[in-house]
Design a binder for this molecule. Structure first.
Ligand SMILES: C[S@@+](CC[C@H](N)C(=O)[O-])C[C@H]1O[C@@H](n2cnc3c(N)ncnc32)[C@H](O)[C@@H]1O
Length: 240
């Protein structure tokens, strides 16, 4: 058996109980170094741990696939939730195994941000730049989302100088593409582990620096009006 699970955004308390059980019963636990560190207290002494980084992930996943085909119970652990900014890694796992692999969702940094910043998913679009390939369609989509008066929760790209698309680059790009300079932005760092938050305008965000472990909220300038039924409570005027 092999299964991919989401480890949550950092603090092990955010890991689903079922995922903790899967790790506790695994013969092999694999994942990026930082993610293995999160789940380390749950890994049994008997389990083989396969750690990897960006450079050796393909070779290490081949090793995991070999153990899976030899009948070992394998768990591959992802950061946050697999279904947001995790699908390219999932594709690598499936390519190594040669077949589709079951997934178990985790809690995403985007969900924790939505909770801290009180935004609802219905009126928010999720975009990641933390991916290989052409970012242009995703950049264009972000502009359209904001023009369409929706919030955007955005995972930046922290890689090398040539590719990096961090909150300050994103803000500069949006300003160049006509998004208003006074649009409100929040950048949250290290959610669930020693969090830091920054609030400002898009123009100010272009000057703000933050760490790689950051996620960004760009709020719509015109939030939707409430669409629930009218209140039965008297208005302040009626109460007088
Ligand atoms: C490859 S993406 C994976 C996102 C993950 N699948 C999720 O659902 O949160 C990694 C990026 O997500 C963001 N991220 C993940 N955990 C975070 C946290 N605890 N606080 C802030 N940002 C986080 C950072 O931008 C990080 O570089």
């Amino acid at each position: 058996m092999i299964i991919c699970i989401g480890a949550g955004p950092g603090d092990i308390g955010y890991l689903p109980r079922r995922s903790a059980d899967l790790i506790a019963n695994a013969d092999v636990v694999a994942g990026f170094n930082a993610v293995i560190d999160v789940v380390r207290p749950l890994i049994p002494d008997s389990a083989q741990v396969i750690q990897m980084g960006y450079r050796d992930q393909v070779a290490q996943l081949d090793e995991v696939a070999k153990l899976h085909h030899a009948g070992k119970n394998c768990v591959v652990v992802f950061m946050g939730d697999i279904h947001f900014s995790g699908f390219q890694y999932l594709e690598r796992v499936e390519r190594a195994c040669g077949h589709p692999v079951e997934t178990m969702p985790g809690l995403s940094s985007a969900q924790v941000l939505a909770s801290r910043a009180k935004v609802c998913f219905d009126e928010t679009t999720f975009i990641t730049f933390h991916r290989r390939g052409d970012l242009t369609p995703f950049k264009r989509h972000l502009v359209h989302v904001l023009q369409d008066q929706r919030n955007a929760i955005v995972i930046p790209c922290p890689w090398d100088e040539a590719r990096s698309f961090m909150p300050w680059h994103i803000a500069a790009y949006l300003l160049e593409n006509g998004i208003p300079a006074d649009q409100q932005v929040e950048v949250w760092e290290n959610l669930t582990r020693g969090e830091a938050e920054w609030h400002g305008t898009l123009a100010e965000c272009a000057e703000h620096r933050c760490s790689d472990m950051s996620i960004m909220l760009i709020r719509t300038k015109t939030p939707m009006a409430s669409q629930i039924e009218p209140s039965h409570l008297p208005t302040p005027e009626q109460a007088q």
